[in-house]
Design a protein around this ligand. Structure first.
Ligand SMILES: Nc1ncnc2c1ncn2[C@@H]1O[C@H](COP(=O)(O)OP(=O)(O)O)[C@@H](O)[C@H]1O
Ligand SMILES: [Mg+2]
Length: 364
């Protein structure tokens, strides 16, 4: 098996009701890459994937696979296979028969189909399960059978639409490692769709962050997490404290921003100029107890112990702040002084934030 490149050129998808689910998008997924598309529910991920698989046609622009324009090429004739959350295995067929299902149409003998199924089951780490029925397997094992079945037709590109979302938490994190290993073993291009940042960060070579039909940033996980380019990416991927403000002055790669909690100095990667509106982002793990290069005061609210670490919640000027500290660290009482380094905070242009669970609680 070998992967192929997938390229979108100004691909736009408008549904018949006139709703544009994907605005003109340029994107290149490299051959053999584990590529994730990460974004909240409804942002257009499935629609984009359907354009690659051929179940919807772009309203304008192109989809190329292996350099070939896919216009007019039916899903079954594309070098792609699709896996989604509700993987319908045939309950009355043995595991190997499920895996080999697509091969009969290709004229392989029963013996060859069985041989091929055995190879694929080996590949997904299920070597001794060939003669079982799907009902005799665990959820994670069934998921691996579905992957083996999708790989049986030797796709150059495997499209995975939130395939782990039906599994329980523990299995989900186990399957992350499995999927990653399968992708590396096969060299097939994986395009993996998820709304779960943990999945995207742990598995992917690169991630595209998508919001409201647009890809806002493409890059490796480290880049997305440590160097987000937009307010949406900074707030959707990982937790962040956000302070709204206005740039007072710039100095090199840094700027000073006036916020309701006082002036703060932070990185200014987008080069905002004096008097422009900006948002200051600070990860909870970068906010510390005690004064720092930037210092603020806030009222301690509560401590949530997560195990190895604890989240300390504060309020300041009606705004919630979170500091992540070691689990055994003592919580402060009343007014507390908090600090952070300028290099750990960044200022981005004002723009829409991702809706997080915490905001919804605050709104309720
Ligand atoms: N067949 C359709 N007709 C009209 N709108 C659709 C159709 N399918 C999806 N949409 C809309 O397009 C947007 C993106 O949907 P989808 O691609 O399924 O998002 P995601 O997979 O990111 O959750 C949503 O607002 C959804 O309601
Ligand atoms: Mg979807």
């Amino acid at each position: 098996m070998h992967g192929q490149e997938v390229e979108l050129r100004q691909t736009q998808i408008t549904y018949p009701n006139g709703f544009t689910a994907v605005h003109p998008t340029d994107l290149t997924v490299n051959a053999g890459e584990f590529f994730s598309i990460l974004g909240p529910s409804g942002c257009g991920k499935t629609t984009l994937l359907r354009a690659v698989s051929g179940f919807v046609s772009p309203s304008s622009g192109q989809v190329l696979i292996g350099g070939q324009d896919m216009a007019g090429i039916a899903p079954a004739r594309r070098p792609t296979a699709l896996i989604f959350q509700n993987l319908a295995l045939f309950p009355l067929m043995k595991v190997w028969e499920n895996v080999a299902f697509g091969l009969e149409a290709r004229g392989l003998s029963k013996r060859d189909r069985r041989g091929k199924a055995a190879e694929l089951l080996e590949l997904v780490a299920l070597p001794d399960q060939a003669d079982k029925l799907p009902g005799e397997l665990s959820g994670g094992q069934r998921q691996r059978v579905a992957i083996a079945r999708a790989l049986a037709v030797e796709p150059a590109v495997l499209l995975l639409d939130e395939p782990l979302s039906a599994l329980d938490l523990k299995l989900r994190s186990h399957m992350r490692a499995e999927l990653r290993a399968i992708q590396k073993r096969t060299g097939v291009t994986f395009i993996y769709i998820t709304h779960d940042q943990g999945e995207a960060l742990t598995m992917s070579d690169r991630i595209a962050v998508m919001n409201e039909g647009r890809i806002e940033q493409v890059g490796p996980g480290d880049e997305i997490y440590f160097h987000p380019r937009t307010a949406f990416a900074a707030s959707f991927v990982g937790e962040a404290n956000v302070l709204r403000g206005r740039i007072a002055a710039t100095d090199g790669d840094f700027a000073r921003i006036d916020t309701p909690l006082g002036p703060m100095r932070a990185r200014n990667p987008r080069g905002l100029g004096a008097s422009e509106a900006g948002l200051l982002f600070l990860r909870p793990e970068s906010l510390r107890l005690g004064a720092g290069e930037n210092t603020l005061t806030a009222t301690f609210q509560r401590r949530d112990l997560e195990g190895g670490f604890a989240n300390l919640f504060f309020s300041a000027q009606g705004q919630e702040l979170v500091a992540q500290v070691r689990g055994e660290a003592a919580a402060p009482t009343g007014e507390a002084t908090l600090g952070f380094d300028a290099k750990d905070a960044l200022i981005l242009p004002d723009g829409p934030l991702a809706r997080t669970g915490r905001e919804e609680v605050a709104l309720a």
